[in-house]
Design a binder for this molecule. Structure first.
Ligand code: SF4
Length: 380
């Protein structure tokens, strides 16, 4: 019989998992002989990093107070997510990791990968070269890249990474994604039973520890939300769009002004993060297709309209009153995309607030003022 946890107890537990990259569940997993691999981007296929004893950890920099040391190597005019990761790496906060897996998703991450290589070389590191276009040649190229990743992991960690093992990993991952998707769909309700901050914390916790050891958490979340029967009133329904956003406190500031976040299309969010990988055919081919077709990263060329339509459809499906586009300062990938998106969304009749921020949640006062003004502007 699943022990029902009240939502606030559960949230406390999930918040505890986000305080430290090496949290109690990660320590437990390592004690069981599981192998933690850090990754930095949603282009990295979690099922490959979940094969056998491996488990993926989305790299975050909780509690980073500044990036003075990292700025010496990366300079202060690149994305503060990458600078924060390097700062914590140089402070040995990730020494528990057995490896880092990158995607060459942007120049900022490439530079982080290079600097890590000579400043604090991980035991194992790999950078996946993902094409910028989706076509037959790109598919072939990416399948070869995934094959290289498989070979590198299997030889370095001496584990079975056969098609059967990866197919099983895809199936297991899809089961968890389906459960999270059905919980996420509860946000379509007129009065969702949980806040966007609570859902964000759930999503992040399941990227901050091995899902295998947290498999009952989504069910507990649903039970707690149903039991509580409501999450309070709000003034406007929002969708958040953008790049890396791994701190639920940011969503919390938006909701503290009377917003309710009902959809999340960002790198660590449920869109498109919870879309399943096909279970038919060769697993690496299915993963390559998923990355090129479903990831919808703005680095992909000639696909802006498809990405904009995807966001507009979700906003309508979740009855969002407005969209908040948040981008990290100096992030060129989302910087360019958000300028185009503002126009496309407004043309579609959707109010938009565009916010630029640092990786570390700060400037709450200014954020509150912007969100309040946005809500007021929609009420007129
Ligand atoms: S936020 Fe932007 S610049 Fe930073 S790592 Fe992600 S894509 Fe690259």
């Amino acid at each position: 019989m699943r022990v029902l946890l009240k939502m606030n107890n559960l949230q406390e537990y999930l918040a505890g998992l986000l305080d430290d990259p090496c949290n109690e569940v990660v320590e437990q997993a390592v004690a069981y002989g599981m192998i933690p691999l850090g990754y930095t981007c949603s282009l990295i296929p979690e099922p490959v990093l979940s094969a056998g004893r491996l488990f993926p950890l989305r790299l975050r920099a909780p509690g980073v107070s500044g990036t003075e040391t990292a700025d010496i190597y990366l300079s202060s005019v690149i994305c503060s997510y990458t600078r924060s990761l390097l700062e914590l790496a140089l402070d040995s906060k990730y020494d528990f990791l057995k490896g880092w897996v990158f995607a060459a998703s942007c120049d900022h991450l490439r530079r982080l990968y290079d600097n890590l290589g000579y400043l604090n070389k991980p035991e194992f590191s790999f950078i996946l070269d993902v094409p910028h276009k989706n076509n037959e040649a790109a598919m072939e190229w990416l399948e070869l890249e995934l094959e290289k990743l498989r070979t590198a992991l299997s030889s370095h960690f001496n584990i079975d990474m056969s098609d059967e093992v990866i197919s099983t990993s895809i199936k297991e991952n899809n089961i968890m994604l389906a459960e999270l998707r059905s919980i996420g769909d509860m946000r379509k309700e007129a009065m969702p039973l949980f806040t966007g901050t609570e859902f964000h914390r759930l999503m992040m916790a399941l990227q901050a520890a091995p899902r295998k050891l947290l498999s009952d958490i989504p069910g507990r979340f649903r039970d707690a939300a149903l039991k509580r029967g409501g999450a309070g009133k709000f003034r406007a329904r929002f969708m958040i769009v953008g790049g890396e956003l791994d701190d639920p406190a940011y969503t919390g500031v938006i909701e503290s002004m009377g917003g309710r976040v009902v959809a999340d299309r960002y790198c660590t969010g449920s869109f498109p993060g919870l879309e399943p990988i096909s279970e038919s055919g060769k697993p690496l081919a299915a993963i390559a297709l998923y990355i090129l077709e479903k990831n919808r990263c703005p680095r992909m060329m000639e696909e802006f309209d498809r990405r904009a339509d995807y966001i507009i459809n979700i906003a309508r499906e979740y009855s969002a009153d407005g969209i908040i586009i948040q981008t990290i300062k100096f992030c060129d990938t989302w910087g360019v995309e958000s300028s185009l998106l503002v126009a496309a969304l407004r043309d579609a009749g959707i109010p938009v607030l565009r916010l630029e921020r640092e990786y570390r949640t700060g400037g709450e006062g200014q954020l509150r003022t912007r969100v309040q003004a946005f809500i007021e502007s929609m009420k007129k």
